[in-house]
Write a new protein. Sequence first.
Length: 366
Amino acid sequence: MAYTIAVIGTGSEPENPGSDGYAMAYRHAEAYESIEDCELVACADLVRANAEAFADEFSVGQDRIFEDYSAMLETVEPDIVSVCVPPAVHDSIVIDCVRSGVVDAVHCEKPMDDTYGGARQMVEEADRYDVQVTFNHQRRFSDPVRRAKELLDEGEIGDLERIEFSAPIGIFDYGSHSFDLCNYFNDEAATEWVMAQVDYREENVQFGAHNENQALVCWEYENGVHGFGTSDATGDGGPAGAVGCHNRLIGTDGTIEVGPAGDDDLPSLRIRRAGDEDWTAVDTEGGLHGWELVERAIDDVVDALETGDESELGAGNALNATELIFAAWESSRRRGRVDLPLEIEDNPLEAMVESGQLQPEPAEEE
Ligand SMILES: NC(=O)c1ccc[n+]([C@@H]2O[C@H](COP(=O)([O-])OP(=O)(O)OC[C@H]3O[C@@H](n4cnc5c(N)ncnc54)[C@H](O)[C@@H]3O)[C@@H](O)[C@H]2O)c1
């Protein structure tokens, strides 16, 4: 089966990634290029110069460059659309693709959306129109994460009791990956409650959306496993130091650490079984980061479309992670525990900024 691919939101400057733009579309395009059955045929960007540079790089025809993505959908009728625009417009663009009636699959960048209502609506519309919708939580496909899950499933640390994470940047931007990994380790169990607090004293806007400076989040899954996560965008330690590794899995008979922090010589994965005096490094081929993970994610997306199997990047799993992000901010807004399912539509952090409840100082110019 051959698939035609189109991209919405090409970005610019892929060689200069940063929070003002990573041009993730280039990473998606490279991934599709490596799959024999996929042909990149069109692109759309509000900024025509961005779309033209992208088209030039990936040999997209001049008559297949669009500023208006709706015109692109109508003219090209692509099988798969990659959506690489900022989070605030993920929901409207993904939903337009889903409702277009011409697209079989949409692969959208994380975080799902800048409101919980928008994220939930994407899942509802994907179900209603029977279109495969996935989100790019590519860190699931890293070797340390895969190997950690194998060790857990093989019973190497006994029964899982607690999962931890520390995230740079914030629980929305980076935390979307962090919560997604926690849910992956705990087999996508549903969550019963979330309790959190945030500190937001200096503006931290990433890809157009607010992120707190520091956060502490506790939650409990319905299967009794507890979660504890921290974010720290200040770069000077703070609560994130309380966890001190990318993810920690604590079991009845030992502990696994993915991405332990503190020393460059530490391995990407290590285990300490009950009774061990010290950690044992676990060999893994690659690390937690790298664009090859986007290739693995997109392989999974195309494979799911071909086989009809559910991709693990599917909208349902993504919503599980997104619910934890917004429940954490909602807990801070309510000053209390939030019992799930989460029944809000908005973005509590943004609402608290708009109401003046939180008053972050303008960020210092870099
Ligand atoms: N998976 C990851 O690890 C990872 C890493 C970085 C960024 N991201 C995410 O990728 C997404 C995109 O980020 P980026 O850094 O690639 O952005 P970018 O700024 O590099 O590119 C976004 C492009 O979208 C275009 N655009 C905006 N609104 C549009 C619209 N309505 N129609 C058409 N084009 C539109 C802009 O003109 C811009 O060219 C964000 O959600 C971000 O959080 C994910």
